[in-house]
Design a protein around this ligand. Structure first.
Ligand code: 5RP
Length: 262
């Protein structure tokens, strides 16, 4: 792996722990002002000191992130359909590699919709993005988006993640599944796997999910709603850090959240 690629990956995955807490705040790219993110600056400023990197769109980088920031920027570069559409798979690449370089991004991320109507185009888009990104040592994160009608089980997630790895993704973001998540990680053959948090659930359950994912081989989380929609977003991101970077138990991490909430 070339120096630039390694350096960008080390800015995302902490070299001391080999793990990452990515803060996902890109939801507006198809959901608009998602609960908790309407005023994005207000939402993320207190969280930034506790995140390894921000997963965000280029528009919001320019509008709300202070250029003096030290937080690495991982850019969402796909989009198209809004939440109003039945079929969310009709995505295109919307951001050029030059734009990612202009913003000093440490990586670019896009969704593939395996099983979706536009499966083929999104997978081919991933391959093309990797072709271009490789020229600049820019890591590519592939997000295995799940259609409304698809089960989030190890068989499906393993298929989608493996397809992303075969196209050359450098990091894979997927959902956690209760059964055989380790098989999903195995299918990625050493390519780092991070989990999305999904819909807001009770804080302790979200911490349990993070703990189980780490124990089964994930290198971390790219988590959004279970952090910024919590009644204590700072408490929650600190608790997630305790699990991901410090190897703390769910009970200990929950204590971190409760202490901050007071
Ligand atoms: C939206 C995304 C989000 O970044 C991803 O789903 C992580 O956020 P959350 O933890 O809220 O699921 O890719 O499409």
């Amino acid at each position: 792996m070339d120096w630039g690629m390694k350096n960008r990956l080390y800015k995302t995955i902490n070299p001391k722990t080999g793990k990452t807490v990515m803060l996902a705040v890109d939801h507006g790219y198809f959901q608009g002002p998602t609960t908790g993110l309407s005023d994005l600056k207000k939402a993320i400023d207190p969280l930034i000191p506790h995140a390894d990197c921000l997963f965000i769109t280029r528009g919001m980088v320019r509008n709300v992130v202070d250029a003096k920031t030290k937080i690495p920027i991982f850019l969402r570069v796909s989009g198209g359909p809004s939440v109003l559409q039945e079929d969310l798979s009709d995505e295109h690449i919307t951001v050029s590699m030059k734009e990612a370089l202009r913003l000093n991004a440490v990586g670019v991320g896009m969704s593939i919709f395996v099983g979706g109507k536009h499966e083929s185009r999104t997978v081919s888009n991933l391959g093309k993005l990797v072709n271009e990104a490789q020229e600049y040592n820019m890591p590519v994160l592939a997000i295995t988006a799940v259609g409304k009608e698809m089960a989030r089980d190890a068989r499906y997630l393993g298929l989608a993640c493996r397809m992303a790895v075969e196209q050359g993704a450098n990091i894979v973001k997927t959902y956690f599944c209760e059964q055989d998540f380790d098989k999903v990680v195995e299918a990625c053959n050493g390519v780092p796997v991070v989990i999305a948090g999904g819909k807001k659930i009770e804080e302790k359950s979200a911490l349990e999910m993070a703990k189980n994912a780490i124990e089964q081989g994930a290198v971390g989380v790219d988590m959004g709603r279970n952090i910024f929609q919590s009644d204590s977003p700072v408490g929650m991101i600190k608790a997630v850090n305790a699990i991901v970077h410090e190897g703390k138990s769910v009970e200990e991490a929950y204590g971190v959240y409760e202490k901050e909430k007071k």
